[in-house]
Design a protein around this ligand. Structure first.
Ligand code: KG4
Ligand code: ZN
Length: 396
């Protein structure tokens, strides 16, 4: 079956078309089309994502991105049939809060053949609500126009399930298998908005094992970067500086606290760590070397805490597989840290980490999670589906 997936929860506008086959235990995904437009350059002057701007940019870009993705999947064909008036009215009503998008939608799509797609999937939360709504309404309009079922996807489930895929060799990053995952599964989800450990004893039945009590880990990376006058998003910048210091010097004169590392629960706290960095940068001359050393100390502290708590959660839940997902899982050091220590400490646990192009927000991961809902015929109602900025993974 073929799915078209839409992601607009934050500052990436993304659409993917996937061909999906198999079942829970052995699925295969072929990427037929995948387009992602990052708004990073637009948000950079604000030092973070500005929701109203994100919403405007999604509305502006969804139609061209849809056309590009359909074209890549060789599904973009002209049609001369006139659109029934009631369908036209229904589409304009769904998109009434985005009038420009409504016009662009009808101008482009009413002259397009209905593509060979079985369902439309969209991120319904968590994320920035105004940004989510644009994607949700766009997906509803497509579902009406093409008369296809709609699937609502939890963004964090996208991060969790896409972490489980492995590329089929020789497929040029097009074909991915999701198989050999033994349950219970544990997922460490580390992004700009979330830091949580979730467990699943059976497929898609998630329980919250631990979470941050304050900042998300990506947020802490971004805030530390801002203290050092590095551009947004700061995660990759900090990661790069830290890696440079590891390569050049190996050791580091600074050691930062590891908040909550010894507590009995599997929760995290990163705001104190961020404050420790603040004391070290305040009123200081920030040489390149000093920045590298602080970034190194910060990333080491984060990695220690993430690993220690995950290790504890693995034991507590008796998990047989571990997946790490979310934007921060792009960090070379965090990847290496888990890859090195897990086989020593938990030789029985199978480790999954997504290919780098699936670590940040993207629509492929939404398609992957949507297929699991499709297999269970979990379709959303076009009338009642709402975007929910706080949508939870453990109570969906
Ligand atoms: O999952 P994601 O793309 O968006 C959310 O759902 O939040 O995660 C974005 C976060 C940002 O905080 C960004 O700085 C961080 O992931 N990030 C990184 C790296 N690449 C992105 N953090 C550390 N090292 C990286 N290489
Ligand atoms: Zn994300």
């Amino acid at each position: 079956m073929k799915l078209l997936a839409i992601e607009t929860s934050c500052d990436e506008t993304a659409i993917a078309i996937l061909e999906c086959a198999g079942d829970d235990t052995a699925a295969q995904f072929t990427i037929l089309g995948n387009t992602l437009l990052s708004q990073i350059e637009i948000h950079r002057p604000y030092g973070g994502v500005f929701p109203a701007v994100a919403k405007r940019e999604h509305a502006k870009n969804l139609v061209p991105i849809l056309e590009a993705t359909l074209s890549e999947a060789e599904m973009l064909h002209e049609d001369t049939q006139a659109l029934p008036e009631d369908t036209r009215e229904q589409v304009l009503k769904i998109l009434e809060r985005e009038p420009d998008l409504g016009e662009a939608f009808l101008a482009s799509l009413s002259e397009m053949e209905v593509p060979d797609i079985d369902a439309i999937a969209v991120t319904a939360g968590p994320g920035l609500e105004p940004a989510l709504w644009v994607g949700v309404n766009f997906a509803k309009a497509l579902a009406v126009l093409w008369n296809k079922p709609l699937i609502a996807v939890n963004h964090m489930e996208g991060h969790a399930l896409s972490a489980l895929v492995t590329e089929v060799p020789g497929s040029n990053s097009r074909v991915f298998d999701l198989k050999d995952v033994e349950l219970p599964l544990l997922a460490l989800l580390i992004s700009g908005g979330h830091t949580e450990i979730v467990g699943a004893k059976t497929w898609r039945d998630y329980t919250l094992v631990g979470q941050t009590r304050d900042d998300a880990v990506g947020e802490a990376f971004d805030k530390v970067a801002r203290m050092m006058n590095l551009p947004y998003p700061g995660g990759p910048e900090i990661s790069k500086l830290a890696e440079k210091n590891r390569e050049d010097a190996g050791t580091n004169p600074y050691k930062l606290p590891r908040p909550m590392i010894d507590t009995k629960d599997c929760d995290f706290s990163f705001s104190g760590l961020k404050t420790s960095v603040l004391y070290l940068v305040k009123d200081k001359e920030l040489s390149e070397l000093y920045k590298q050393q602080l970034a190194h100390a910060f990333e080491d502290a984060v990695s220690d805490v993430l690993y220690t708590k995950t290790s504890k959660a693995l034991i507590e839940t008796g998990s047989k597989s571990l997946a790490i997902g979310g934007g921060v899982s792009a960090s070379t050091h965090i990847r290496r840290y888990f890859e090195t220590h897990l086989p020593e400490d938990h030789p029985e646990v199978k480790f999954f980490i997504p290919p780098r192009f699936l670590t940040g927000d993207n629509a492929v991961m939404i398609g992957i999670a949507a297929y699991y809902a499709y297999l269970r015929e979990e379709f959303a109602d076009i009338e009642t589906l709402k975007a929910n900025g706080n949508r939870s993974l453990s109570k969906q």
